[in-house]
Design a protein around this ligand. Structure first.
Ligand code: GRF
Length: 226
């Protein structure tokens, strides 16, 4: 089945583009019925228009309150027949009603290894903290910010020389790989959530990386003898 998507983006839209490209390549069983931005004139809207995708602005500043803006966004998504909602740099909190309106088929990507470093400045906050590993998380959305059952995470090494921008670039390259993958699993109906855990195919999943110390990615690398 081809999953009809609405992609909500407030900014530059590189994740939106990575998903659209995977669809074009035939790797993702989805179609983008709507790209919606809460801000006019964004690079994301330009990208959508450049790729011939239906794009629409619902400017939150044009509404008296959060609830009425969200109602308009829900109506737009329904009007376009989207069944799943992909938040890709959408800088608005969504409510429980929003999540329920799309039967839990709402995904988000966040540029940190959740639950660390929630919020709008995750990469900068992580770099300032001096983390040695960071990454990105795709998760089902609940009514809390950057919160909900985790679908996939990718880790990248970080160094003391990193700042928010350098870390963000490294993380973004991985975002463009894990988000289309997560959307494809959703489209294939392979994700199940039980007690806050996400299962793929209801089967034990191998981790991507193995190291001598166990199934994890360690940075900096362990020295001999450890
Ligand atoms: C990404 O880093 C994403 O994780 C975060 O916002 C950024 C959006 O980038 N939620 P783009 O608009 O997809 O280029």
């Amino acid at each position: 089945m081809t999953l009809p998507l609405a992609i909500l983006a407030s900014g530059s839209g590189t994740n939106l583009e990575s998903i659209a490209r995977r669809i074009e390549q035939g790797l993702l069983d989805a179609r983008i019925n709507l790209v919606l931005s809460n801000r006019p004139g964004t690079r994301g809207l330009e990208r959508a228009e450049g790729m011939g995708l239906p794009a629409r602005v619902e400017d939150h500043k044009a509404y008296p309150d959060r609830a009425s803006h969200e109602e308009a966004v829900i109506a737009a998504i329904r009007e376009h027949g989207a069944e799943a909602v992909v938040l890709a740099g959408y800088m608005r909190l969504v409510s429980r009603d929003f999540v329920q309106a799309f039967s839990g088929q709402v995904l988000n990507i966040h540029p940190s290894l959740l639950p660390g470093f929630r919020g709008a400045h995750a990469q900068r906050d992580a770099a300032e903290y001096g983390v040695r590993l960071s990454g990105a998380t795709v998760h089902f959305v609940d009514e809390h910010m950057d919160h909900g059952p985790v679908i996939i995470q990718a880790a990248v090494p970080a160094s003391p020389e990193d700042d928010g921008d350098s870390l963000a670039g490294r993380i973004l390259a991985l975002e463009h790989r894990i988000y289309p993958q997560a959307v494809q699993w959703l489209a294939q109906g392979r994700l199940r959530v039980r007690q806050g855990r996400v299962y793929l195919d209801d089967a034990p999943q191998p981790v991507a990386e193995e190291s001598p110390g166990g199934p994890c990615l360690i940075s900096p690398g362990l020295e001999r003898g450890f």
